[in-house]
Ligand binder design. Structure first.
Ligand code: EPU
Length: 432
């Protein structure tokens, strides 16, 4: 399939109700965990995304059949345990696929998984994943860009999993997926507390694992001999839900998002309050809208329950319309600022020093051709375009398709004027 772009006509207030899809970042490690199951798994509320399709392809190469049924559930079954190799061509496309390492090692005693490499917003190391698996007794070598891990049976251990940037979401998941089949007890200290880690733990518990404390910094796991298949529902996507709420706010409309757990969005609501963006929240429905311009805010992204790095770009798009000067600092990915240059093309006033940006609010942005460089940067450009004067062309939208289920369909149902078109413009050679 060729490249595609969005053409967005700005200036339409979004109004109405949409339903959030299941969480991408919960669904991906849960799918990886199906490697551990003796029987079939049936997983509901899995979003329809390129990243999910992609992980399904990797699982198939590892002997796991993955099929979506008529109800939209993903049904998985391990049909062969012969292949334990996840090649570079696949892992380098999607970091989350590194999550097959823990389950392969625990279940099959051997895994050869490519190191994922960096991504559009910088170096993304996996030292914590490897530290945790080594502590469980795995023999780990790095050869020719591959992690080769072996263990007869892993042994429970006390593992401190904090790094220089705090906890690791997928690192905690990888180690947890290995420890569930280890002999004896594992305690992960400085575990990530994200709702997606809790969801993975709940999935493993449904398979028969013994896990306590997920959602806190200390997770205690008692190893079991085998895990069964199970029936499970993935939690709603808090990042998608907040992105849609911000689409309501930036267009001065009013958007209601259903199928959300509002307790997952406390840090976002806190900033909405500070910015005087009006919102209501009740069980599983949240709404946000805005009359005038938001007040300025200061945002430092932090691990959960702090403000998520995965919403930094979208919130920045919103604060381009702030009354005063807002300050953004990404404490998790200091280089996750590729959207800044593109927002500036639309007339945003942004001063950047290292990982800190000051956004001087303005009352208008102008449509322009812009380029998505990663998933959340792409979403931010779409939000900016919805509120800008005139037409915006957002290129490289395959990034957005990785993580937003039917994004333009949902926006269109709220009144956005957005079209998906083939992108025939020539690929730009890198500027020098
Ligand atoms: N880090 C290390 N060593 C490691 C692992 C991470 O130093 O071994 C550092 C990272 O460089 C970063 C920080 O720790 O500075 C946190 O990274 P983390 O490991 O938590 O990120 P991740 O697990 O690889 C997940 C999400 C990301 C999200 C981050 C942070 C998935 C599939 N990905 O990545 O989601 O930004 O947690 O919340 O769950 C997205 O959805 O757009 C996305 C990038």
């Amino acid at each position: 399939m060729g490249l595609e772009k969005f053409i967005i006509e700005g200036g339409h207030r979004l109004k109405g109700e949409v339903t959030a899809s299941g969480s991408k970042n919960a669904a991906l490690p849960i799918l990886a965990a199906t490697i551990l199951a003796e029987g079939p798994c049936s997983i509901g509320n899995v979003p329809r995304l390129r990243d999910v399709d992609f992980l399904a392809r990797i699982l198939q190469t590892l002997g796991v059949s993955v099929e979506r049924d008529a109800m939209g559930r993903l049904n998985t079954k391990v049909v062969s345990e012969d292949a334990s190799l996840a090649p570079y061509e696949l892992v380098s496309m999607m970091r989350a696929s590194f999550c097959v390492l823990g389950p392969l090692l625990a279940k099959r005693g051997y895994a050869k998984v490519s190191l994922p490499g960096g991504c559009a917003f910088g170096d993304r190391p996996v030292d914590l994943h490897l530290k945790g698996l080594r502590a469980l007794g795995a023999d780990i070598k790095i050869e020719h860009g591959y992690v080769i891990a072996t263990a007869k049976r892993l042994r429970g251990a006390n593992i401190y999993l904090g790094g220089s940037m705090g906890s690791s979401v997928l690192g905690t998941g990888n180690v947890m997926m290995a420890a569930v089949l280890a002999e004896g007890q594992t305690v992960i200290e400085h575990a990530a507390c994200e709702p997606e880690v809790v969801d993975l733990a709940n999935f493993l518990i449904s398979m028969g694992a013994s896990i306590e404390g997920a959602g806190s910094h200390r997770i205690r796991i008692r190893g079991v001999r085998r895990l069964e298949g199970c029936h499970y529902e993935v939690i709603p996507d808090r990042i998608e839900a907040a992105t849609l709420l911000m689409a309501g706010a930036i267009t001065k409309g009013e958007v209601i998002v259903k199928n959300v757990d509002p307790t997952h969005l406390e840090a976002v609501f806190d900033k909405f309050k500070e910015a005087e963006i009006s919102f209501t929240r009740n069980c599983k429905v949240v709404a946000a809208g805005m009359e005038g311009r938001p007040k300025e805010v200061e945002i430092a992204t932090l691990p959960y329950p702090g403000f998520p790095t995965d919403l930094q770009a979208q919130m920045m798009a919103l604060m381009c319309f702030g009354m005063g000067a807002s300050v953004f600092m990404d404490g998790i990915y200091p280089d996750r600022l590729n959207h800044v240059a593109e927002l500036k093309r639309m007339g945003a006033k942004v001063l950047r020093v290292n990982n800190t940006c000051v956004i001087i609010g303005t009352d208008k942005l102008q449509g322009a051709p812009v380029m998505a460089s990663d998933l959340r940067a792409g979403a931010a450009l779409v939000l900016a375009a919805l509120a800008a004067e005139g037409e915006t062309e957002v290129r490289r939208i395959y990034h957005i398709d990785r993580g937003y289920d039917n994004f333009e369909g949902k926006l269109r149902s709220l009144g956005a004027v957005i079209k998906r078109m083939p992108d025939e413009s020539p690929e730009k050679p890198p500027s020098v």
